[in-house]
Write a protein that binds this ligand. Structure first.
Ligand SMILES: [Zn+2]
Length: 399
């Protein structure tokens, strides 16, 4: 079977790489060149033994005893000799590699249409059992050579950079993967949004303040900020809220994250900074975290100290999407729980509440009632209109 298939393949000039690659899934621990060489040797023996169907030109380089040998191999009809040209691409990759500091890399190949067609034609003729695609072998073989040449590690899992060999243009480009930094932040000032505000309405953000020292050291081209939820712009976050900062196109990634975190200034504090990864971003985004808030409430009617005891009735809350976020959220009714509530009387027109709420509970509307869209509410239970004057997130409950 193997020999039959080999003879079919060898009906046109094919190099050892391309011959062996059609048997790539047979035996581990060998390169395709080794597989191709072994099969061709058997074919050459068959030719020497008198098999009239085998032309000496399909076993070039073997010295036959019974008929004239062919020394020069014709150009491979599948890869057109690409494996002899890899050194050129390796040099191009090494030039690209100077643009950034990194430790690990991966290689990708975009074949030309001629190569793709040649491979398709071969597969149509001989079948695809046990084969491997041409670009997979180019990626691997170029990877080995680049590894030797630049002294960095080839890695399929979370590589720092990716070299892309484009066989249409004969070029190599390098894509730098983002650098992810995990941390937990406190926002100690009101009036700062969590992420950059597109219109420029707010001069800065937790994102920009946090990114600044990291951008300076990594020389990134931009950044993204992934928070485990977000507080309102006018709320402080006294709890440590987890986030991942994503630095795009970093030229340097071997950084001292805790030391840089100490340089974050102006109303934002960072702790537990460390290098992270994309999986952690997904985890943060999916996390449904309960939060505890402290709110200063002002009433427009008079209240008595004992009225506040009624607020312990706030347990299951029906909350229609607040009017203030309707422009960016769909209008839905949600049911959210209040998991604990404490009150502190200040005077007949103000008091403080501390609320532990299920992820997604809107606290300002829990207080105001949002014209009946949140029910029950603090206003509803006390029977006087109430507004949240100051809001602080005081705990983010990690599960
Ligand atoms: Zn070839």
């Amino acid at each position: 079977m193997i020999i039959e298939k080999a003879l079919k393949i060898l009906a046109q000039p094919v190099c050892d790489h391309c011959l062996g690659r059609q048997f790539s899934q047979l035996l581990s621990g060998f390169t395709n060149v080794e597989r191709g060489r072994a099969i061709r040797m058997v074919v050459a023996m068959a030719a020497d033994a008198g098999n009239a169907n085998i032309d000496a030109s399909s076993v070039p380089g073997f010295t036959l005893r019974t008929k004239p040998s062919v020394s020069e191999a014709a150009q491979c009809s599948v890869c057109f000799g690409i494996f002899n040209e890899l050194a050129t691409y390796v040099k191009k990759a090494a030039l690209q590699a100077k643009k950034a500091e990194f430790a690990t890399f991966l290689v990708g190949t975009r074949p030309s249409s001629e190569l793709a067609t040649a491979e398709d034609n071969l597969w149509e003729r001989v079948g695809i059992d046990h084969c491997e695609p041409l670009k997979a072998e180019i990626n691997r073989e170029a990877g080995k050579l680049i590894e030797k040449h630049i002294g960095k590690k080839f890695s399929a899992k979370r590589p720092d950079v990716v070299f892309l060999i484009d066989l249409n243009t004969n070029t190599v480009s390098m894509e730098i993967n983002p650098l992810f930094i995990y941390g937990e932040y406190q926002k100690l000032k009101r009036g700062i949004p969590q992420t950059r505000w597109p219109s420029g309405k707010y001069k800065t953000s937790v994102e920009q303040i946090t990114a600044k020292p990291f951008m300076k050291v990594t020389n990134g081209s931009g950044h993204k900020f992934h928070g485990a939820g977000r507080e309102d712009i006018d709320a402080r976050c006294l709890a440590w809220r987890p986030f991942v900062l994503e630095i795009l196109d970093p030229k340097k990634r071997d950084i001292n994250a805790p030391a840089l975190a100490k340089k974050v200034g102006a109303g934002v504090k960072i702790r537990n900074a460390r290098i992270s990864n994309i999986e952690e971003v997904r985890k943060l985004k999916d996390a449904k975290l309960d939060k505890t808030y402290r709110a200063l409430v002002k009433t427009s009617g008079l209240i008595k100290r004992k009225d506040l005891a009624k607020l312990s009735a706030l347990k299951e809350i029906n909350q229609q999407t607040p009017r203030r976020v309707l422009h960016r959220r769909s209008d839905l009714m949600r049911r959210r729980s209040v998991k604990g509530i404490k009150t502190k009387y200040i005077n007949s027109k103000s008091f403080e509440i501390t609320v532990k709420g299920q992820s997604g509970l809107y606290i300002k509307e829990l207080i105001s009632g949002d014209e009946g869209r949140t029910n029950p509410s603090v206003s509803g239970i006390l029977g006087v209109p109430c507004v949240c004057k100051e809001l602080d997130v005081i705990a983010v409950h990690m599960k």
